[in-house]
Structure formats: C-alpha cells, structure tokens
Design a protein around this ligand. Structure first.
Ligand code: 3HC
Length: 391
C-alpha cells in the first residue's frame, strides 16, 4: 500500500480547518485550498491557535512544538497547485453534487495516479461524486463529525467503484489522525446509501422534531422548554443548540435530499422553512432557535414543555437502524451504537431496542398514524426482534 505523506484539504471552512489540524498533528504535510484567501487565512489562524493551545497544555506528541508542526503547512487558492503532489485529498466543500463532481474530476486529473480523493460529504452518494471523473476507483467517502478535532468518529465509505486499496488507505489515514477526546473510531460503511450510518439512523427523528417545532411555534411555547423536552440527560450539547450549531440551512437541505432519496415524508416542516427564508440559520448568522450574538447559548433546561415523548426518538432511530442493517450498510447493531456514541457523544438507540422493541413497535404504529407519516411504521426486522441476530 502507498505511503501517504502529502494531504491536500480542499475546502477549509468549519469542517476542513479542523480536519487539516488533525492531519498536521498526525505528521502529514498539509496544503490548504479554498476559493478565497480570507477563508484560508481564517483556517490557518484557527489551526495555529489550536496548536499553540495544545503546546501550552503539554498535549502535543513528545517533543513536538506548534512551530515545528506549522512548517508542514502550506496554502493556495489554486486547486491544481494544491493537488500536484498530493497522495491523499480530503474534500470538504459545499454540499452540492455538481460542484463536488467538478472538483473531484479536476483534482484527480491533476494529481499523481495513486492519489485517493476522499469526500467529507455528509449525505451525497460517493458513487455520484465519482461519476464524471476518470479514476472512480480512487474516490471514497471520509465523513468526519463536527468539530473534527474533538469528535472521535470517521466513517469510511465505499462507493460502487472504490478500490479495496483506496478504502484501506482511507481507513489507515483515518486511524492515524489524533482526536483530542479519546480514540478514533473508523468503521467502514459497506453500502453507499444516503446518510451512511449515523446521519441515516438519526435522520427520521427529524420527522418527529419538525412536527414538534411546528406545534411549539403555533402554540408559542418557549424553545428552552422544547429543548428541555428533547435533550437527553447524557447529551453534551442540548438538541436545539446542536441544531443551531449544525445550521438550519444544512437541516433544510438534508431534509430535501432525504425526501428525494428515501421518502417524501422527510420534506422540511413549516418552521424550518420560515427560519431559512428569514436567514435565521443558527450559529453562523447569530440567530436560530437561540441568540448566538454573545457566543454559544446556555439555555436553562429546568422547565419542560411536556410535548415530547423521548421514547419515540429511540424507537424511530432503532427502526431506521434495522433498515441500515437490512440494506447492508453495516453488519452489526453494535457498530451503529458505537458510531453514534463516537460521532455525537450520546448513546445510540439499538441496545435499548434489543429489550423494548415490542413496546417501541406499538409506539411507532401509533405515531405514524398521528403524524400521518408512513415511513415511521416499524419494519419487519424491527417488529420481529430479529435484528438482535446482527451482533
Ligand atoms: N485545537 C486545540 N484545542 C481545542 C480545539 C482545537 N481545534 N477545539 C477545542 N479545543 C479545546 C478547548 O480549548 C477546550 O480546552 P480546555 O478544556 O483546556 O478549555 C477543550 O478542547 C474542550 O473544548 P470545548 O470546551 O469546546 O469542549 P466542550 O466540553 O464544550 O465539548 C463538544 C464540545 C465536544 C463539541 C461537545 O459540546 C459535543 O460533543 N457536542 C456535540 C457535537 C456533535 O454532536 N457533533 C456532531 C454534529 S453532526 C455532524 O457533524 C455530522 C455532519 O454530517 C453534519
């Protein structure tokens, strides 16, 4: 297998800059590429600050200093220059398939023959991204969770044409990247299906969330109380803060994508449409569910609205986990739970479902009627409890 030394990061916004930092910390030569100098400067200063902070706390490996690591960092706004000597490219640009296809083709046409192109897409099929390029065997998915230096999970996705070698290189690179909070977990996603493992299992929970948001908006219920209803006791960031952190536009576009690829039941609800139309996108615009103008909000979750049944989320997630198993996206319910813990820092739904699947299936029948969403109906593998055989 090829030895990866040079990594090009194409797209260095929120995700790309964190990915670049951990690539540098792993010892790779890293080149940052984006369309605007200001974005690159912002990323370079994020990385420098992060490394200096770690040096101060004595958390860099061995004798390493921030200055030594930063010598391996280069930048350019020219994609062709960025990839000319790359062994591995990580693409973290906007979630638009046509743009990703163009970048993938140009990057692989101008890089060495062995170079792997890894897309950090959160939802688009890798096979679609690779469609127009000349080396689709070199294209894989490498899905990080935000913020990449702190979240342990990296999903490695095989497109229909990805070579075994490209996948193995992806896993090797993923496992080599340090994480500031524990060991990396780098599962292979075996089928190129929308949302891969974690986003897919959590996706239909949005159908219930959108219903709750629309209800709360109509009834004028304060968001803090809704947040208190939805957020589980072990979750590190409340759900509505997380929704703002990820971006309401991202949720909106992802919902549209799932509506196209999985079921029309995913179509975005009224309230998220309003948020997007008004530009209240969350952290990035200073307002979403919460006001972000003074930094990350700290909602008071002591009072609940009482309009959410948390068991519904677990049941919906576990039922979707069964679809993921049935489609062959992964082979074990334990991988699903482990991946959710590593990518979201809260427990996955599968373990609870191994004991309570009968009760959960009844709940799903009830809620699919109540919300008029056929997609929420329990599938056979879930109802029967047979998913427990996929260990
Ligand atoms: N470099 C160096 N140090 C860094 C750093 C960096 N880049 N980033 C953070 N740190 C340091 C901080 O300075 C801090 O240091 P200190 O303890 O000495 O003060 C330490 O790391 C911890 O940082 P925070 O204080 O920000 O950490 P928190 O304890 O507040 O936890 C969190 C932050 C891990 C993000 C936690 O809130 C969490 O788990 N939230 C959930 C995030 C999540 O769910 N992400 C997934 C989103 S979905 C996704 O990405 C999928 C995609 O497809 C959309």
């Amino acid at each position: 297998m090829r030895n990866v030394k040079n990594i090009a990061i194409v797209g260095v916004g929120q995700m790309g800059k964190g990915i670049a930092q951990v690539c540098l910390m792993a010892g790779y030569n890293v080149i940052l590429n984006d369309v605007q100098n200001t974005i690159i400067e912002n990323a370079a200063s994020y990385i420098e600050n992060g490394l200096k902070k770690l040096e101060k706390k004595g958390q860099l490996h061995g004798e390493l200093t921030a200055a030594y690591i930063l010598e391996k960092l280069d930048t350019t706004t020219n994609l062709v220059d960025a990839v000319a000597n790359a062994d591995y490219i990580i693409e973290a640009i906007v979630e638009k398939v046509e743009i990703k296809q163009k970048v993938c083709k140009k990057a692989l046409d101008n890089s060495p023959n062995h170079c792997v192109f890894a897309s950090n897409t959160s939802s688009i099929r890798i096979t679609d991204i690779a469609k127009t390029c000349s080396k689709s065997a070199n294209v894989i998915g490498m899905h990080f969770f935000n913020p990449a230096p702190l979240m342990r999970l990296i999903e490695i996705i095989a497109g229909e044409q990805s070579s075994k070698e490209a996948i193995n290189i992806g896993i090797e690179v993923g496992e080599s990247l340090p994480c500031l909070r524990g060991d990396r977990y780098v599962p292979q996603v075996l089928k190129d299906r929308p949302g891969f493992i974690v986003n897919r299992v959590l996706a239909p929970g949005r159908i219930y969330s959108e219903y709750i948001y629309d209800l709360a908006h109509k009834q004028g219920i304060p968001w803090e109380q809704v947040d208190a209803d939805i957020t589980g006791p072990k979750e590190p960031m409340s759900r509505l803060v997380l929704a703002d952190f990820v971006g309401r536009d991202v949720s909106f576009h992802t919902a549209e994508y799932y509506a196209d690829t999985l079921s029309p039941d995913f179509a975005p609800g009224e309230f998220v449409r309003k948020q997007v139309a008004e530009g209240n996108l969350g952290a990035k615009t200073g307002r979403g569910f919460y006001d972000w103008s003074k930094g990350r909000p700290k909602p008071n979750l002591s009072k609940k609205a009482g309009i959410v049944n948390p068991m519904v989320y677990t049941a919906i997630g576990a039922n979707e986990g069964c679809r993921v198993l049935e489609e062959g996206v992964c082979r074990s319910w334990k991988v699903i739970d482990e991946a959710i813990l590593a990518g979201m820092n809260f427990p996955g739904p599968m373990k609870a479902a191994t004991k309570e699947y009968r009760q959960m299936a009844k709940l799903l029948d009830k809620y699919s009627e109540k919300l008029k969403k056929q997609y929420l109906k329990p599938i056979e593998l879930f109802k029967s409890g047979n998913f427990r055989r996929y260990e």
